[in-house]
Design a protein around this ligand. Sequence first.
Ligand code: GDP
Ligand code: MG
Length: 597
Amino acid sequence: TDLSRIRNFSIVAHIDHGKSTLADRLIQLTGTVAERDMKAQLLDAMDIERERGITIKANSVRIDYPAQDGQTYVLNLIDTPGHVDFAYEVSRSMRAVEGSLLVVDATQGVEAQTLANVYQAIDAGHEIVPVLNKIDLPAAEPARIREQIEDVIGIEAHDAIEISAKTGLGIPDVLEAIVQRLPAPKGDRDAPLKAMLVDSWYDSYLGVVVLIRVMDGVIRKGDTIRMMKTQATYKLDTLAVLKPAMTQIDELGPGEIGVFTASIKQVRDTRVGDTITHEKKQTATALPGFKPSVPVVFCGLFPVDANDFEDLRDAIEKLALNDASFTYEMETSAALGFGFRCGFLGLLHLEVVRDRLEREYDIDLITTAPSVVYRLHLKSGEVKELHNPADMPDLTLVSHIEEPRIKATIMVPDDYLGDVLKLCQDRRGIQADLTYAGTRPLVVYDLPLNEVVFDFYDRLKSVTKGYASFDYQLTGYREDNLVKMQILVNDEPVDALSMMVHRDRAEMRGRAMVEKLKDLIPRHMFKIPIQAAIGGKVIARETLSALRKDVTAKCYGGDATRKRKLLDKQKAGKKKMRQFGKVEIPQEAFISALKMD
Ligand code: GDP
Ligand code: MG
């Protein structure tokens, strides 16, 4: 295709502002997908994405658009994830395109992720077309939002396009703007092949599918290519474009986006950001490349039933085929037996993986306390990364501990500002900035990541009744007074409940945990002490009193069906419990005990 008739773009938006709906309308209006195959949120392929209404993996679609100038253009849309955990995928897909549609909900205005995403687009050198969505709603205030975009983001917005992705109003204007306002890609067809590896995923029929953007040269079916970073060579089996169904094509030239398969075994063999060239005629310079995404939250995953361990291993290996940002290694716990220590990009990522394991592979799991990665400076001078509080060495060996910090950006209506500041303050936050985005406060806090991974987002939503928006970036490591807190149940340490905490907050956290556990652990025939301790020192304690009578006694022996039901209920409950010494702890205790209210 002639470069001047290609437009590559992404859509950036805060979650729920209508990005997926707009993508659907663009696909529909151009007849890319036959009407009978059209279903909502076409690009959000995974079930979990559909159910939760979020986009996790970036996806791509090629649209043929006959423009008003009589020419047919090829529009390549790369859809990007909207959630903060996946910010990294946003930044890399941005590098594959020249422009962005900035979608802002005209009833809500600019939010934290609007800002974070649009700045990434600006960094990537994009031309940006602002689009005001949900104009069909009576609460839409396009004039005010235009002004806000200009004030807060600092881009021209007087020619922002007013649309309703729901009703289809204004969609033809969006298509024309893509052609007229976004730049065509540049590239040299006669130069050696240079293509960017944008993404890859595992397809159970095709194996690994690689999404590429050609910069220079031409890639053809049957070519032998080389990945410059891994130096691996492959012969292409298929070359295709996504419409969004895979449609075979003979070649892709400069500016084009498509996929290939080449008998690649696992997603790990492909490095996102790598440069792809021909084996024989190589390009002289590789693309700058992306830094790999690193897991920031770790937790243990153990099967509730120890017999499921092999199934869990299988399931995790399969999942990892498709998700290179998820890491795992085997872990043994005194209390929980065999399991895996897994690394995630954030809490949502953790939840998605755990959900999929439970749902798609039907394995009941115990999730241990999520932990961030601490940096231990040992007295020997050695620096170690700590992924699991259970691996914490003897304190006498440790000189100091550093923890990861983030820059959190929060936008919130004035009414809730006080609550948000208090929440950040309670989580050891340091206020970095407080400005106004139009009439809405924009708060910037420096926070320890470990205070955020648990339930910060839930708390933020609840104190602001859902009106706050939140985004964060890792900024670096800083030393603080951190200690490992252990939980002892019936005098036995439960390693799965160990956690790193700030010394000043240890008593409070320890107290909250033992109180919670007292409610969560069922009574036994004997008294059970539940303690929180640092080193050998107990900092909080509760005692669960002994059960006096047989549980069925309260049925007065008479009603056999009731008695039956009660016993069945107990049995069902049992399946989700694990034995710790003489004590049984229910599965939900591991997560609930760690949430703070
Ligand atoms: P995304 O998170 O940005 O991908 O947002 P979605 O496309 O999933 O849309 C979020 C919600 O807003 C969905 O319930 C959509 O049906 C709704 N929505 C999207 N566009 C419009 C619109 O133009 N008008 C109205 N009334 N609702 C819309
Ligand atoms: Mg979406």
